[in-house]
Design a protein around this ligand. Structure first.
Ligand code: PGH
Ligand code: CA
Ligand code: NA
Ligand code: ZN
Length: 311
């Protein structure tokens, strides 16, 4: 069934596991993610960026949002696993309202690059509208390093746990993304991979609510190697090691945003297939390996996060 993201995350919060939130831009990634969810009998959160809405809608974000709602609902309504659709990194009021209007389960209002009081104001505005429409809301505190869509903040600013408690009380947001040292993309961490567990523990104790980890891809080296065998150049790529990811789940992370890992798996499969099948031009064929590798990465992650058999 098609559900509200909050329902999925409240259960995960109670039982201390996490649910992956997988980004999509097209049909093929959605198909592969759904196959992984069926295989693992796991709840799924599908999420799209504002860029994905624009891309799918060919420049019209409301059309893109409505296309994603229709595609995701078509799968969700016909399956036993709970599936939610979430707007990731909502920064533009028009896009956020378009997602709510189209029927998304939840939206993120990302005003983490603003001073605290501005972040609170922007979040309260969205919470008021979203909750009136039965839509849940995610917000972010602290800043991820690296490029975050159109905002490139060089240094990451880690969450202040006391601020988090105040923020949640003031905004009534449904789930919170505390920055604890991750960054988006395939080149995480300057030196050794390390996250601020202490801050995460404090935020969980002070808020007791579902928490979100952004920039949570592991950058699966098996996929990087396959892609590089067939011409990719991903030198120096690095993600969140699995043991560190598991530790964050033990400490209260319940939604794990995963985009880069699926992109790596897809391009690895596509490069491999195209290299070995010079005569093929049927898109249902030449994206097969790509989808198979995405499904594999999805299934492994659902297992790792503990959401397998939780549908
Ligand atoms: O945070 C993410 C995805 O992060 P990755 O680049 O690590 O997949 N989306 O909001
Ligand atoms: Ca942000
Ligand atoms: Na998000
Ligand atoms: Zn993110």
């Amino acid at each position: 069934p098609y559900v509200n993201t909050k329902d999925i995350l409240e259960k995960a919060n109670k039982e201390y596991y996490a649910v992956a939130a997988f980004n999509i831009n097209n049909l093929e990634f959605l198909q592969a993610i759904v196959e992984g969810g069926i295989e693992k009998k796991s709840p799924l959160i599908i999420e799209t960026s504002e860029g994905a809405m624009k891309y799918a809608g060919m420049g019209d974000p409301l059309r893109g949002a409505s296309l994603f709602v229709k595609m995701v609902r078509e799968f969700a309504d016909s399956l036993d696993i709970p599936i939610a659709l979430h707007l990731d990194h909502g920064k533009n009021f028009k896009y956020i309202i378009s997602a709510i209007k189209a029927g998304y389960s939840s939206v993120m209002i990302d005003a983490s690059d603003k001073p605290l009081e501005e972040n609170i104001k922007a979040t309260k505005d969205i919470v008021r509208i979203a909750h009136a429409a039965g839509v849940s809301v995610e917000a972010e505190l602290g800043k991820l390093a690296g490029i975050e869509d159109n905002v490139s903040s060089e240094e990451s600013v880690l969450v202040n746990p006391d601020e988090a408690k105040y923020f949640v009380e003031q905004t009534q947001v449904d789930f919170l993304a505390p920055a604890i040292g991750t960054s988006h993309g395939a080149f995480k961490f300057k030196g050794e991979a390390k996250l601020d567990y202490d801050r995460l523990k404090k935020v969980k104790e002070l808020t007791n609510m579902p928490l979100v980890l952004h920039g949570a891809s592991s950058v699966v080296q098996e996929m990087v190697e396959i892609a590089e065998n067939y011409g990719a150049d991903f030198g120096g790529s690095k993600g969140v090691p699995s043991d560190i990811l598991k530790e964050t789940v033990q400490l209260g992370i319940n939604k794990v945003n995963t985009d880069t890992d699926l992109r790596m798996a897809f391009i690895a499969g596509l490069r491999e297939f195209l290299h070995n099948n010079s005569k093929e031009f049927d898109p249902r064929k030449y994206m097969e390996t790509a989808k198979e590798y995405v499904k594999k990465v999805v299934s492994d992650r659902l297992e790792l996060l503990g959401s397998a058999n939780k549908a």
